[in-house]
Design a protein around this ligand. Sequence first.
Ligand SMILES: Nc1nc2c(ncn2[C@@H]2O[C@H](COP(=O)(O)OP(=O)(O)O)[C@@H](O)[C@H]2O)c(=O)[nH]1
Ligand SMILES: [Mg+2]
Ligand SMILES: [Zn+2]
Length: 377
Amino acid sequence: MHDLTSLHHSSPTTVSNIIGTVVAVQANFYQVRLDSPLKDYNDAAISHLLCTRRTRLKKIGQTVMVGDRVMVEEPDYQDARGAIAQVLDRKTQLSRPPVANAEQMLLVFALDEPLLEPWQLSRFLIKAESTEIPFLLCLNKADLLTSTQQKTWEERLEKWGYNPLLISVKTFQGLEALKNCLKDKITILAGPSGVGKSSLINTLIPQVKQRVNRVSGKLQKGRHTTRHVELFELPQGGLLADTPGFNKPNLDCSPSQLIHYFPEARKQLERGTCQFSNCLHRGEPNCVIEEKWERYEHYLTFLEEAIAQQEATQQMADQESTLKVKIKTSGEEYYEPKLETKKYRRTSRRQKHQNLQDLYDNQSLEELEEFEDDLDF
Ligand SMILES: Nc1nc2c(ncn2[C@@H]2O[C@H](COP(=O)(O)OP(=O)(O)O)[C@@H](O)[C@H]2O)c(=O)[nH]1
Ligand SMILES: [Mg+2]
Ligand SMILES: [Zn+2]
């Protein structure tokens, strides 16, 4: 181990001032973009170091994620290598995708091809609302719609409580406004497959193909593609995280929380209080939520789903405990020791995989398993 002083002598930079952002993680390697480029022995600037994680960090269970701010030790100028010695406190942390310090999310949908589907859009919006990270809604492929059709969607979504940005990667419509929103921020790109996320990245970052090749050339260790979340560096400043496209995000929220994820319903809740404190707003007496808003139907359907999810979770918890409450035909409760634990576990694990499979299309179970192990779902 180098101590501080020896390192200080051997390098023009002291240990503590090499700080950067992790822009790619693959296998056990971390690509770190340095805040201020280092100079190598030929006075050429080094902007990135390929780093490993110090064993000490592994021992204390400190993970390193894309977006993490890190302190790097022992820079090797020859090979542009280093070791991550410390991870600075995270401001935010997302698990799917695994990204630290994200400041906003860019939700991308297409107005057509694939046709904009209100239910699917609602589901994504609810998921985005539940993360509590601010997000921007972007509708791509505006070139496929007339200006009247575009206006209709804009007005419709305003009633939902959103101000969507209509863009076209093809004709560059709205891209300047979008660039301004992304400037100097870490942004998560999310949305279903086929809406134009990759095309958008290619347009915003012209050298992106070259860059991806450079990184994967060094980092590529086979097939761990699902773990590979990379931050793309925007030319005007800022970072963009591409995510595996998925078409059906898990709702993952409690029935009572759901109503708060609809901005147009939040407005109604501000006007008063429902008679029942546990009101689920589906026709209870003196409920403040009206029934005549477009997404009320979405709300009721998602509510059913949230209730079913909660019941399933409860059932799993019951199975996990060693005793199980049973109800006699007389209505009296009694406890019964739990049987067949292993069988239950196996079933639930398969079920979990099935859910994951729904979430991330196009990915093998094996890859998902690795992903899952990393993220502790
Ligand atoms: N008409 C039109 N097509 C687009 C636009 N942006 C992307 N596409 C096309 O949509 C398809 C899917 O794009 P891609 O970037 O792979 O979507 P991703 O799955 O979200 O990454 C491709 O054939 C693109 O050429 C756009 O603004 N207008
Ligand atoms: Mg893509
Ligand atoms: Zn109510």
